[in-house]
Ligand binder design. Sequence first.
Ligand SMILES: Nc1ncnc2c1ncn2[C@@H]1O[C@H](COP(=O)(O)OP(=O)(O)OP(=O)(O)O)[C@@H](O)[C@H]1O
Ligand SMILES: [Mg+2]
Length: 346
Amino acid sequence: MTPPLLEVRGLRTEYRAFGGTRVVRAGDDVSFTRERGPTIGRVGDSGCGKTTTCLSLVRLLPAGAQVTAGEVLLEGRDLTGLPDREMQQIRGREIAMILQDPMASLNPLFTVYDQVREPAYHHRAMRGAALRERVRSLLGSVRIPSPERRMKEYPHQMSGGMRQRIAGAIALSAAPKVIIADEPTTSLDVTIQAQYLDLLKGLQRDTGVGLVFVTHDLGIVAKRCDDVVVMYAGRAVESGPVRTIFERARHPYADALLRSVPTMGSKEPLFRIEGQPPDLADLPPGCSFAPRCPLVADRCLEQAPPTLEITPGHRADCWFAQGSGPVLDAVAPGGGAAHTNGSTST
Ligand SMILES: Nc1ncnc2c1ncn2[C@@H]1O[C@H](COP(=O)(O)OP(=O)(O)OP(=O)(O)O)[C@@H](O)[C@H]1O
Ligand SMILES: [Mg+2]
C-alpha cells in the first residue's frame, strides 16, 4: 500500500527561553494525514502554533525551538530524525514552504531570476536554456506580467502581491511533492488574495502538489480546502473533511469558531467565545479549552480529553465529541442552523 503523502503523528514543538525555565509548548500532539491530491487548511487563533508547526515540518525552527516528540512522515519516511545534510536535500526538492512574510523568503540582494532558479538548479540540476525557460514558465504560471523583464529585477521593485507570487514560484521551482503555505495571503488585498489562492489551487490541480494552507480565515478554508485541521493552544483539536466539520463540528472550540463567523443573510446573533486563549507556557491541567468551554464538566478540568474518531477521518479531542449534529447545538442561540450550507463569507 502506498503511504500517505504527508503524515504528521503526535508532533510536539517547544520553545525554551530563560535557560529553559519558560517552556512554550507551541505544538502538542499535532496529527494529520495528507493523502495525495487535495488541499488541507489549518486554522486557529493568533499564537496557537500554526507557524511553529509548519516550521517543524520543514525543520526550519529558530534557535531555542525543537521538536520534542512525534513524527513527520513524507511518503512514509520520517523527517524528524534525519541528519541536517539529508534534510537540506529534501527541503525545496520534496517539501517546500512559503513563509508568512514574503520578504523573509526573498533575498533583497539577488534578482528574481537568481532566486527562482536556485531550487531547480540545486535540486534538479537544470542548467542553461532549460533553466531559463523553467524560470520564465514558473513566473508565467504565478502570473508575473512580462516575466522576461521582471526576472532581472530585485524584490524591492515588486508590489507585495508580486513578492508573494514570486515566493510561490520559488517554492514550486524544484517541483516538490508538498508545499506548506503559511498565511500566504495576509499581506494582500482581498481581490489579489482570491486570485493568488485560485492560482495555488490551479497549480495544485495541474501538478498534483499537496498543499497545506495555514490561515485564520474560515472563508478560505470553506472555499478552497478539502480537509481542515483546527488548532487551539498548540493542539490539533479537530480535523476532517471541510464539509463534515462545517456541518457538524464536534469540538466546542471548532464549533464556536464557525459560529463566530458572519454568514450572508443570517440574522442569528454571532456566537462569542468568552475569555482568552491560555498562555502556552502555563497551560491549565485537563483540556486547554475547558476554562472557556460552554460544555465544561468536572473531568474536563482534570483530565486531558481523548482523541475520538467520530466517523472515518473525522477526529476531535473532546469528551463530548461523539454525536451527530454540531456539538454546541444544545447551548448556542439559534441551534445548529448557523452553518449547514458549508460556506462562510470572507
Ligand atoms: N522564537 C520564539 N521564542 C519563543 N516563543 C515563541 C517564538 N516564536 C513563537 N513563540 C511562541 O509560540 C507560540 C506559537 O506561535 P506561532 O507563531 O506558531 O503562532 P501562530 O498560530 O502562527 O500565530 P499567528 O496567527 O499570529 O501567525 C506563541 O505563543 C508564541 O509566543
Ligand atoms: Mg503564524
